[in-house]
Design a binder for this molecule. Structure first.
Ligand SMILES: *[C@@H]1O[C@H](CO)[C@@H](O)[C@H](O)[C@H]1NC(C)=O
Ligand SMILES: *[C@@H]1O[C@H](CO)[C@@H](O)[C@H](O)[C@H]1NC(C)=O
Length: 328
């Protein structure tokens, strides 16, 4: 009897211990779930995906792409990891060379890019590598390294622009990336992990169809989505609803909003003709989207705001039609 009682008691102790352990495990799991699971709600679908292999050149509208910490990747080609420089190694964009918006980069496999442009023979660029002259490139006060793509690419650009002094550079794996962590606008917002090639500041740029429709309803001549050069476009949300999204999830990929996107003169270049056509849509945007609070005024001045600039928290592939979740 004595032995049986002890056995029963010890069994009860084991059961109690197991129960306690189960409660503790569930508690920890719940806390982990609460902190890691954001309260996401569906807000729409992915309607467009754009990859821009060369900064300020034509974007490729694609059906799917991989989200990486350093931006979108398409067939091994990264978003905005190729860049045009002038003779002083300053970066060149469609602000000063609007015709560059007609240069179309094609992905030809193995991470290689071919450039096509009106009146030009196509040019196959070298594979991403660190072979070649390394140049320090500064865009908006943020420095990174680039490697010169060589004389053939330089000659091609000079022929297209009809003047000397241009070269093409790339941000290959192994080179120092640009990190906005110490930039006035991104201090306390970006981290050491937010590293990019030649994107303005951060890896992802998100827009919504409804906010573009809303803008177009105020314009006499509607503009196309590609004018804004986003990476991901969401359909189905309310106009300007994205202002309140703090995190966005698409499939496994997760983005963190850092800032609204301050719009610049590039939006005034017609992406189909490569010609600057007056002040629209910028001046209409200014009529209802100027920075409002003091912080935004200090950071963005008189630049109107539309769309979101996001960092990447989780990588993953995204496809047209994927459900987009956001948490506010
Ligand atoms: C690039 O900048 C780093 C410091 O940021 C400097 O040490 C290096 O010499 C520079 N390289 C060139 C080629 O100017
Ligand atoms: C940012 O500033 C800190 C402190 O000066 C410095 O240690 C760090 O290297 C800087 N990071 C970048 C990416 O410039």
């Amino acid at each position: 009897m004595e032995g049986l009682k002890t056995a029963l008691e010890s069994r009860q102790v084991v059961v109690a211990a197991l129960a306690a352990a189960a409660v503790a495990t569930a508690g920890v799991a719940y806390l982990t779930w609460r902190t890691s699971r954001r309260q996401y709600v569906p807000v729409g679908h992915v309607s467009k995906i754009y990859v821009h292999p060369v900064k300020s050149c034509r974007g490729l509208e694609v059906g799917e792409a991989e989200v990486t910490k350093q931006g979108l990747r398409l067939e091994g080609v990264m978003d905005r990891h190729l860049l045009v420089l002038d003779e002083k190694d300053h970066f060149v964009t469609a602000r000063t060379e609007p015709s560059m918006i007609l240069i179309t980069p094609r992905c030809v496999g193995n991470g290689q890019v071919r450039l096509e442009a009106p009146g030009m023979d196509p040019l196959n660029l070298p594979k991403p590598s660190t072979d070649g002259r390394v140049i320090n490139v500064t865009i908006w006060d943020i420095e990174g390294e680039a490697v010169d793509c060589g004389p053939e690419a330089a000659n091609w650009l000079e022929k297209y622009f009809g003047k000397p002094g241009f070269k093409l550079v790339m941000s290959a794996p192994g080179l120092k990336k640009r990190c906005p962590v110490n930039h006035t606008r991104y201090k306390g917002i970006a981290t050491d992990k937010d590293k990019v090639g030649f994107q303005e500041y951060v890896a992802m740029h998100l827009m919504t169809e409804s906010s573009l429709d809303d803008l177009n309803s105020r314009l006499t001549k509607p503009v196309a989505m590609r004018v804004f050069r986003p990476n991901v476009v969401v359909s189905g949300s309310d106009p300007l609803q994205e202002d309140g999204w703090q995190h966005v999830r698409i499939g496994k990929a997760e983005f963190r909003k850092m800032h609204p996107c301050n719009r610049c003169l590039i939006t005034t270049v017609n992406p189909e003709t490569g010609v600057k056509e007056g002040q629209e849509p910028l001046s209409t945007l200014r009529s209802y989207r100027l920075p409002e609070d003091e912080t935004q005024k200090r950071l963005f001045g008189q630049a109107p705001l539309l769309g979101l600039m996001c960092g990447v928290e989780q990588e993953g592939s995204i496809h047209i039609g994927d459900i987009v979740y956001a948490c506010v």
